[in-house]
Design a binder for this molecule. Structure first.
Ligand code: ADP
Length: 509
């Protein structure tokens, strides 16, 4: 194992050296740069989710496994690790050229309550409060069984990740939450790449085969029981692979514009933050077996997306103190209201876009901002006046907006818009910064119906034997509005459960 890790380390470092000579405007380089920092600080972080060296060569594919996991995002890799832990011989098929899915892009963190990290930092929280606030955020339309299970298992999911060397011990807050329960990496960086790298490393250490360019086309069944999948390898050869259980972890349909236009014609034309593999394949395959769906028209539009590159600007920028201003240089909403409300407020502006404005303090607390800077999104001014000039808003007004805001922070009272969170620090340390944003399609709350055992259900509520699903592919947990930070919690809690329950099922056969 040590030898394998060292070989991978050398390969990744060579790749990093090679890439550091290239242009600076693409995301893969930023991924690589993040990996480079991690390799310097911690050798065990060396395996990159984006490195080809991580994946299993196709000639090692067998005809039969205990459990097949479709999709190598956060839910799929968690499920695979737990299936293995429970004595299974699992395999993961990923249709893209690299693992990670939308998980790789997630920024804010992972929401969880009553965790050891909250306790260590004297943050008072309860599962009941987490439940209540998520239900309120979802407008009381969440599947309450799934939600109860989710909050009650969120702390153990944080512990499970910690036991795998994936520690999320830096706490922040996202829209709709009243306490700091969004767990992120120690240095405050985006959670996605850190999580994916950590999961890939564990999958590799456990010798779980992970095949990329392996596009699952169909889930096979006999007499109502799942028997395996048909998978297209490298776009050339289709193979039928047998298994007693299949876990569908194919993510959402946020990149399937046809399906979105069908279920939500009003969202036509918006940009999407989704990776191109998020096309809802799992939903179609499950429907073909009689599985049912819920909330398919519930699609989350994220309020803060950089439009030219469809890149999400994480809620942590606002959670750590950033404000939103219009082209008039004025605030216009509680920036940490739920995503649907902030989106609606931006859409009411004549320009239908806004600037996130922040200072050097926010920049130092949110590591992801460095990445936004490398991608060319961040506009800088040494003073507020200089920034106002750069973004073409009235300087007097921007100054007045910041003065009023800093006064609100000092008095812990936002008389204008009633914001109560993300007010630990004011915006007074230059240089000052702005990022232009507008809403974009981000997350699909709808999906297949499961129970708390992650069993996929038919229209009459019966489990389909041997068929499990977890992650963004499922519907109901988030209701009509997902809270930022809840999807990472979702994929770990239910990915874990899918691994355990699929193993139990296989053993009972
Ligand atoms: P989650 O957050 O639920 O884990 P992600 O989007 O992170 O979801 O990961 C889902 C993964 O599943 C993506 O990497 C996606 O490319 C992959 N995927 C989607 N459809 C298929 C398919 N038909 N076969 C194999 N992999 C798939």
């Amino acid at each position: 194992m040590q030898k394998k890790l060292t070989t991978t380390l050398i390969l990744v470092l060579s790749f990093v050296l090679l890439m550091s000579g290239c242009g600076s405007d693409n995301q893969s380089q930023n991924t690589t740069q993040d990996n480079a920092t991690q390799t310097e600080t911690n050798e065990t972080e060396a395996v990159s989710g984006a490195s080809q060296a991580s994946y299993t060569p196709i000639d090692q594919l067998k005809d039969k496994y205990d459990v097949i996991i479709i999709g190598a995002g956060g839910a799929g890799m968690t499920a695979a690790l737990e299936a293995k832990e429970n004595g299974m011989n699992p395999v993961i098929f990923e249709k893209m050229a690299a693992a990670g899915g939308n998980t790789n892009k997630s920024s804010s963190g992972m929401n969880a309550s009553e965790t050891k990290f909250q306790q260590e930092q004297n943050i008072e929280d309860s599962n009941d409060l987490f439940y209540k606030e998520t239900l309120k955020g979802g407008k009381n339309t969440n599947d309450t069984d799934l939600l109860r299970y989710f909050v009650d298992h969120s702390a153990s999911a944080i512990d499970w990740l910690d036991s795998k060397g994936i520690s999320l011990n830096n706490l922040t807050i996202t829209g709709g939450m009243s306490v700091k329960r969004t767990h992120r990496p120690e240095d405050g960086s985006a959670v996605g790449q850190f999580l994916v790298n950590g999961l890939v490393r564990n999958v590799q250490e456990q010798d779980i085969p992970l095949f990329v360019n392996a596009d699952v086309k169909e889930i096979t069944e006999k007499d109502g029981k799942v028997t395996g999948v048909k998978v297209l390898l490298n776009g050339e050869e289709e193979k039928t692979i047998e298994a007693s259980a299949v876990i569908v972890a194919t993510g959402g349909y946020g990149a399937n514009m046809e399906l979105i236009a069908e279920v939500r014609p009003d969202l036509k034309g918006l940009v999407t933050t989704n990776q191109e593999g998020s096309t809802g394949d799992g939903i179609k395959m499950i429907e073909a077996l009689g599985g049912t769906t819920v909330d398919m028209d519930q699609i989350q539009v994220h309020p803060t997306v950089q439009q030219e590159q469809s890149y999400l600007i994480g809620e942590a920028v606002r959670g750590e103190g950033g404000i939103l201003v219009s082209s008039e240089g004025k605030r216009f909403t509680n920036e940490l209201d739920t995503r649907d409300n902030v989106t609606a407020a931006i859409n009411k502006l004549p320009e239908k876009s806004a600037y996130i404005v922040f200072d050097s303090g926010v920049k130092s607390r949110v590591k992801a901002i460095q990445q936004y800077e490398e991608m060319g999104f961040v506009i800088q001014g040494d003073s507020i006046e200089a920034l106002a000039k750069e973004i073409n808003v009235p300087a007097d007004q921007l100054q007045a907006t910041l003065d009023t805001w800093n006064e609100a922070v000092k008095n812990k009272e936002d008389a204008e818009f009633g914001r109560t969170t993300g007010m630990d620090n004011d915006l007074s340390t230059g240089p000052f910064y702005a990022i232009k944003i507008a809403p974009g399609i981000h997350y699909t709350m709808g999906g297949v119906k499961i129970n708390t055992n992650t069993e996929v259900l038919t229209t009459d509520g019966q489990p389909i034997p041997g068929l499990f699903a977890a992650g963004e592919v499922i519907g109901g947990l988030h209701g009509s509005n997902r809270i930022g930070g809840n999807s990472v919690g979702d994929i770990i809690v239910f990915g874990y459960q899918a691994g355990v329950k699929a193993a139990e099922y296989v053993k009972a056969q």
